[in-house]
Write a protein that binds this ligand. Structure first.
Ligand code: 5AD
Ligand code: FES
Length: 347
């Protein structure tokens, strides 16, 4: 059975039968071998170093209506806010003094943050912190917009593909949203020169082994620099409020598989994983993740960036989150690094 693990490792590929086996087995020794192979693969590229990204949540407004998301436009109970330019700069200043060298500016698809405003913000942050990486996660925009933001100084872009199956995509999104456009956005981002992150939720409604297999094949062919995966967590007042949460165990197995398929990838232990299990992020790291993203958003707005229910880190100050993450990581024998933490390409 352990030949399955070495097969994946050597071929950087997985068959659907191997995936089906890994996701369904209750053989704990096998899963532990998978975990340690993945962790060794991460150690071989990045060592015991875990990169930290400071997350700044710009806006809880969103023009989209994704069925799973608490910030969907039809959710009239969601509290909407936008950070001002100055609030964003204050977050960066605090983040910089706490040792962050990557700022991740994330938000719903909010027309307020048009190209003019967003380019102004990006070029100001770029000018203030030439030694930092700027990551954007602002959803689907035109190629011209991505180009303008890149020219203004952004380096990386996170846009989860959500699912590589067009049929599954249509079950998760309203008809006005297009799988093709999402794929086009990812392709554009890569061509422009961004370090790009894709990803998907684990245990989203209607997900199957086949759709996960398609996700892994997509990751293999797209060769992203980053892959963000976390469990689906139901959000109240959304059409998926009554669906059950994704499984922590399945998420961990998939983190290990992704690490073995793509040893150099930047792989976060996500907040969603930490939300479903008190040691979720630590377990994510032990299964092959090598990035954590503590929250730098102003505390008064934290609880309102409510993509799913019971999100962690909504009551803490940025410094507390940063210290908490560092301590958690140290406890499991790893160290957080003050570094841009760029993708390390295969030699
Ligand atoms: N549970 C877990 N993850 C979610 N996301 C959106 N809604 C949820 C949810 N209910 C993820 C999506 C999106 C990212 C910003 O958050 O994958 O791309
Ligand atoms: Fe935010 Fe622990 S990481 S409180």
């Amino acid at each position: 059975m352990n030949s399955i693990i070495s097969n994946i490792q050597n071929r950087h590929d997985i068959s659907i039968e191997e995936l089906r086996f890994i996701l369904s087995t209750d053989d704990e020794a096998f899963i532990d071998n998978l975990r340690s192979a993945a962790r060794e693969a991460a150690d071989a590229v990045y060592g015991k170093r875990i990169f930290m990204r400071g997350l700044i949540e710009l806006s809880s407004h969103c023009k989209n209506d994704c069925l799973y998301c608490g910030l969907r436009r039809s959710n009239s109970t969601a509290v909407r806010y936008r950070l001002t330019d100055d609030e964003i700069y204050e977050c960066c200043e605090e983040g910089y003094s706490l040792g962050f060298r990557t700022f991740v500016m994330q938000g719903g698809e909010d027309g307020w943050f048009d190209d003019k405003r967003m380019c102004r913000i990006v070029s100001t942050v770029r000018g203030n912190y030439p030694d930092c990486a700027i990551t954007l996660s602002l959803g689907e925009r035109s190629r011209e917009s991505y180009q303008a933001l890149y020219d203004a100084g952004a380096n990386r872009y996170l846009l989860r593909h959500e699912t590589a199956s067009p049929e599954h995509y249509a079950q998760l999104h309203p008809a006005e949203m297009s799988w093709k456009n999402r794929m086009e956005c990812l392709k554009n981002l890569k061509e422009i020169g961004y370090q790009v992150g894709c990803g998907f939720m684990v245990g989203s409604p209607y997900q199957t082994v086949e759709t996960i297999f398609a996700d892994l094949q997509f990751i293999r062919s797209f060769q992203p620099h980053m892959v963000g995966i976390g469990p689906f967590i139901s959000a109240h007042d959304t059409p998926f409020a009554d669906f059950k949460n994704g499984s922590v165990g399945t998420t961990l197995r998939l983190l290990s598989i992704i690490r073995l398929l793509h040893p150099h990838v930047l792989l976060p232990a996500t907040t969603a994983l930490g939300t479903l299990h008190p040691k979720g992020r630590e377990r994510g790291i032990l299964h092959g993740a090598n990035v954590v993203m503590p929250n730098l958003s102003p505390r008064k707005h934290r609880k309102d960036y409510s993509i799913y229910d019971n999100k962690i880190c909504t009551g803490e100050e940025s410094a507390e989150c940063r210290a908490c993450v560092e301590q958690r990581i140290r406890k499991i024998g790893y160290e957080t690094v003050v570094d841009r933490g760029d993708y390390s390409p295969a030699c």
